[in-house]
Design a protein around this ligand. Structure first.
Ligand SMILES: NC(=O)c1ccc[n+]([C@@H]2O[C@H](COP(=O)([O-])OP(=O)(O)OC[C@H]3O[C@@H](n4cnc5c(N)ncnc54)[C@H](O)[C@@H]3O)[C@@H](O)[C@H]2O)c1
Length: 286
């Protein structure tokens, strides 16, 4: 059921790759709620993914941009305002990638060139897009900028690797820019910390299925789905949340406040093993 929460609003949505992407669901929901949108992703993702299908469904223009390129972002914000006929009311940053994870480099054996890429794509791109938008004065007063994050920014999760550092930086950028943009233009900047969600990026995390099951057992409301995340994003883009800024907003069924649940404990007691080993037979302690 739609509530017209975004009637007349204009938005840019980064990161819809396929119909599993969280950004895909956000695009669908935003349009259902009355918004007009521009979709963006890298040239390669636009070619390899199924974003065309989403664009048709949502009557959206696609403007490719590498979120790490200031020139691409400038072009995007200029063209998006032309396509939408005015300033932008909301932006979703839904981009992440770790080459270290892809190449199975562990956190104590990071390649620093890859680390630079992880931080640039997954965190600094958020700074770049806000800075570009601000310099072009492309965001309307009381606009809303959101990025998606994960609780590994606060607490350590096996397998989340250098992405944990990227998410910590991403959340910090939301606070630092939230102050400046709020003060000057009433623009709010927040991150939503989402439950593990089965997507292309999620599937790249070591032990993802275990993490998904663990989080679900630990959360009194269960894991939040991509569709539910899209609902929350819509509320954050709407005028109902005009005084919420600089926050990491947990959308995780209660996971982040839990220590141990009955469902978690029951499973834990079933699964005592002598030791944990990696693929090479090396024992991992703890
Ligand atoms: N899936 C999860 O479990 C989960 C949980 C919490 C937060 N998140 C976050 O949600 C966001 C969306 O991820 P998803 O799970 O929907 O996966 P996804 O793979 O569908 O989306 C990731 C997107 O990032 C884009 N991207 C990569 N490099 C880019 C670049 N240089 N410029 C522009 N875009 C680029 C990809 O093309 C892709 O569309 C990410 O920030 C992710 O960390 C995901």
């Amino acid at each position: 059921m739609a509530y017209n929460l975004l009637k007349g609003k204009k938005g840019i949505i980064f990161g819809a790759l396929n119909d599993q992407s969280i950004a895909w669901k956000v695009a669908e929901k935003a349009v259902e709620e009355g918004a007009q949108i521009v979709l963006t992703n890298t040239e390669v993702a636009c070619r390899m993914g199924t974003i065309d299908e989403l664009a048709k469904k949502t009557n959206a223009t696609i403007i490719p941009a590498d979120a790490t390129s200031v020139a691409d972002l400038e072009n995007l914000f200029v063209k998006a305002q032309e396509a939408l006929g005015g300033k932008i009311d909301f932006v979703l940053h839904s981009c992440a990638m770790s080459v270290n994870m892809r190449k199975k480099r562990t956190y104590d054996d990071l390649d620093y060139g890859f680390l630079d890429k992880t931080l640039d794509i997954s965190a600094i791109s958020f700074h770049k897009m806000i800075q570009v938008a601000k310099k072009l004065d492309a965001i309307a007063d009381y606009g809303s900028i959101l990025a998606l994050t994960y609780v590994a920014s606060h607490r350590t999760f096996f397998g989340y690797n250098d992405m944990a550092d990227a998410k910590a930086l991403l959340e910090s950028i939301a606070r630092s820019f939230g102050y400046i943009y709020g003060r000057e233009k009433n623009v709010r900047v927040n991150t939503i910390s989402q439950s593990p969600t089965p997507t292309t990026a999620g599937g790249g995390i070591k032990g993802f299925d275990g993490m998904l099951d663990y989080a679900d057992r630990m959360s009194p409301l269960g894991n939040a789905s991509a569709d539910e995340c899209a609902d929350y994003c819509v509320v954050m883009f709407s005028d109902l949340t005009r005084k919420v800024t600089m926050q990491t907003l947990f959308h995780d069924g209660g996971f982040s406040s839990m220590g141990m649940s009955l469902r978690g404990m029951t499973q834990y007691e079933k699964s005592f093993v002598e030791e944990n080993k990696d693929e090479n037979g090396k024992i991992i302690y703890g």
